[in-house]
Design a protein around this ligand. Structure first.
Ligand SMILES: Cc1cc2ncn([C@H]3O[C@H](COP(=O)(O)O)[C@@H](O)[C@H]3O)c2cc1C
Ligand SMILES: O=C(O)c1cccnc1
Length: 357
């Protein structure tokens, strides 16, 4: 497949369904706009599916694991083998954050190895390994452009699978020590920014010294590659990761197959931004969840005009914002589907014509 061609074929939301959904929201028995983001989310999903009333019964979160060569520059505090250990825990249903949140919120968790160092090899993990961790991007591009495209195709494949399996809502997550470094580098490159100060954060935690090093590594790499903000594939291959690549493809595939996809934190939004550079229409298929504490999150979200719904002071990753947000989405759809209208309750009067909401 030519994923770039497929990405270019993503279509805008269904205008007629959007209009009908807006009209229904206006007629529900409440002051206009009073359900705020619950209204706009239900209208957004109508535009995606082409139907005013939608379900969110079947929810899946795809979690992509990969290691990052830039780890060797000292940009992360956690031992690198934690990537592999965490993957094993997710797959065996142990009580990691994402296991508990998904179980509580009725979301199926799928775990995919995109290139965890030494491999995970667990029966509940899809083996999609493209490399044994990427290369150190300070020295050389993290991966070949061809590998970047293959990672995207793998993610796209999961969107296709979700469509075939009748999934209503897709989520994404990641694990990989050092991936707040790759995510920040991708966001900066895609926004044409070169000064890491105030953009790069401490990820899963860092000493002051390592934090300075992390910023210096990203700054130096961006100087070296001089990436064009529009060239998402070069950004991904030079300073990205295999997890981010798969997520880019998942977003694009969800756009193509007309599935709503919930975004998580800074790594997830970095992938969304690269997908947006490939086709800006993708933004209408994305439902942002929470505002990550990592400062680069806000830059990427603002660039796309996406406003996170939740402010929970979270900075975890793993897709942890998605199951929480999926519950909000389900609630939004319940209001749209099940509330009565003014007309149905014989309350139709002219009172709404003269007031300002
Ligand atoms: C125990 C633990 C569980 C995690 N789950 C997600 N992350 C998150 O932290 C990592 C990125 O942070 P950095 O760039 O600083 O390495 C990723 O694995 C991300 O998913 C975790 C990190 C740790 C330590
Ligand atoms: O926002 C995130 O997704 C995040 C923040 C810190 C560490 N890992 C992930």
């Amino acid at each position: 497949m030519d994923i770039l061609k497929m990405a270019a074929a993503i279509e805008p939301p269904n205008e007629e369904a959007l209009r009908e959904a807006e009209l229904r929201q206006e007629n529900l028995l409440k002051p206009m706009g009073s359900l705020g983001r619950l209204e706009t989310i239900s209208i957004q999903i109508a535009g995606i599916t082409g139907k005013v009333k939608n379900a969110a019964g079947k929810k899946v979160l795809y979690l992509f694991g990969a290691d990052n060569g830039v780890y060797e520059e000292g940009v992360a505090a956690t031992p690198q083998h934690f990537t592999r250990a965490l993957m094993e825990n997710y797959a065996s249903g142990k009580k990691c954050a994402i296991n508990v949140l998904c179980a509580h919120c009725g979301v199926e968790l799928r775990v995919v190895d995109m290139g965890v160092k030494d491999g995970v090899g667990h029966p509940n993990i899809d083996d999609c390994r493209l490399m044994d961790g990427t290369r150190n991007f300070l020295r050389e591009p993290a991966m070949d452009p061809k590998t970047a495209l293959t990672a995207m195709e793998i993610g796209w494949g999961y969107a296709k699978e979700a469509k075939e399996q009748g999934v209503d809502l897709v989520g994404n997550g990641e694990v990989g020590m050092g991936n707040t470094t790759t995510a920040a580098a991708c966001i900066m490159a895609a926004c044409g920014l070169i000064d890491p100060e105030g953009i790069v954060g401490r990820g899963a935690g860092l000493t002051d010294e390592a934090f300075s090093r992390k910023k210096a590594v990203i700054g130096e790499a961006l100087q070296k590659y001089r990436l064009s903000p529009e060239d998402a594939v070069s950004i991904l291959s030079c300073v990205g990761g295999l997890d981010i690549g798969a997520m880019v493809g998942l977003y694009l595939g969800c756009g193509y197959f007309r599935l709503p996809i919930v975004a998580d934190g800074v790594i997830s939004i970095a992938a969304a931004l690269l997908a947006y550079r490939l086709n800006p229409l993708i933004k209408d298929y994305i439902i942002p969840s929470h505002l990550s504490e990592e400062p680069a999150y806000r830059i990427a979200a603002d660039e796309m005009g996406l406003k996170p719904v939740l402010a929970l002071n979270m900075r975890l990753g793993e897709g942890s914002g998605c199951p929480i947000m999926m519950q909000v989405v389900e609630t939004a759809l319940a209001a749209m589907n099940d509330m009565c209208t003014f007309g149905e309750e014989s309350l139709e009067t002219d009172y709404r014509e003269d007031i300002t909401m």
